[in-house]
Write a protein that binds this ligand. Structure first.
Ligand code: ATP
Length: 317
């Protein structure tokens, strides 16, 4: 394991004119990240993703809990942890007036890399940044800035890289491009822990993930295991009498759920059970407006574990 964390907790206290406010940002998180995998922390805004990553990256001290990160104890040997990780924040930290090359060489010097110029050249090449390496940061596009930010976090070749919402704000093409770069890191043996609120990103990129909500892990596993656990297929029905339909179809399904104006019916084998569902609705004289059959998604997992849809939080793609 490159990360083994147990019961991490963090409460923030802020003082304002309204008095003292406390926020339990992380309420007891366990995480086990294997060497060489891309591990995702998926959750809506405010779930505690950044706080968890910042604790594991030694940037804030947990109130309680324990962790071993890259072979070093988080609390007893934070310097040992720090030497072995790269951290790329949400904001990305690219200087406007400085060239990517100058910034990366500077970072390499801070990390004590033996040949900073060469290390910078290597990482610039790897991230396809050589052509723009000597332009001021302010002239780069959003996608290029993200690549520079990641290159900055990698110049000392750490075995573990933390990426906090790496593709937020990027267009689909730049997101796909960055996913490929992150996969290349895995191929070179780097372990990656990233946070995201994009369902498709968690599904396509992560080997395993933890779904977090309100500061706790509500589910953990590979994307396909998580989806299988919830159910194979989902039939979404639009009709007027949702509750009566749910009652009628219950015996044929693994689970049913009324989700605003639709009824979602979870089935092991949707293709073969759908005709029976439709027959049952007809027997009950329940008139359908529309029906759709889909494989279950990570949003169905989130819904099953938290009672609400990640899409509804306004955070998901
Ligand atoms: N320094 C701080 N002081 C006070 N409250 C904080 C601080 N940092 C985070 N919080 C609060 O802790 C909770 C968790 O925040 P966190 O940034 O970890 O969530 P997140 O899952 O990363 O969200 P997002 O996707 O929006 O980045 C939020 O309610 C946030 O307002």
């Amino acid at each position: 394991m490159i990360i083994q964390a147990t019961d991490l907790k963090k409460t923030f206290t802020t003082k304002s004119r309204k008095g003292v406010q406390t926020v339990e940002a992380v309420k007891g998180v366990d995480l086990a990240v294997k060497k060489g995998e891309i591990f995702g922390v998926l959750g809506p805004n405010g779930a505690g993703k950044t706080t968890t990553i910042r604790m594991l990256a030694t940037l804030i001290v947990p109130d309680s809990g324990q962790a071993v990160v890259a072979g070093h104890d988080l609390l007893k040997d934070p310097a040992g942890v720090r030497r072995n990780l790269g951290y790329v924040s949400q904001a990305g930290g690219v200087e406007e007036g400085n060239s990517p090359r100058a910034q990366i060489v500077f970072a390499a010097k801070i990390y004590g890399v033996a040949d900073p110029a060469r290390a910078a050249e290597d990482v610039l090449r790897r991230f396809d940044l050589l052509e723009l390496a000597d332009r001021p940061g302010r002239t780069l596009s959003g996608g290029q800035k993200r690549r520079v930010a990641i290159a900055l976090g990698l110049v000392h070749a750490p075995p573990l890289l933390f990426l906090d919402e790496p593709t937020t704000g990027l267009d689909p093409q730049n997101r796909a491009n960055l996913w490929d770069r992150i996969r290349e890191l895995r191929e070179m043996g780097t372990s990656v822990l990233l946070s995201t609120h994009y369902l498709d990103e968690a599904d396509a990129l992560c080997d395993r993930l933890a779904i977090v909500d309100h500061g706790v892990v509500v589910a953990e596993g590979t994307p396909s295991d998580l989806k299988r656990e919830v159910s194979g297929d989902v039939v979404t029905l639009r009709l007027d009498e949702l509750d009566r339909a749910a009652e009628a179809l219950g015996p044929l399904a693994r689970a049913t759920r009324v989700d605003e104006d639709v009824l979602r019916v979870y089935l092991d084998d949707g293709e073969h059970t759908l005709p029976a569902l439709l027959k049952r609705l007809e027997e009950e004289r329940l008139e359908l407006r529309s029906v759709a059959l889909d494989r279950s998604t990570l949003d169905d997992v989130f819904l099953a574990k938290t009672g609400r849809s990640l899409r509804d939080t306004g955070a998901a793609a």
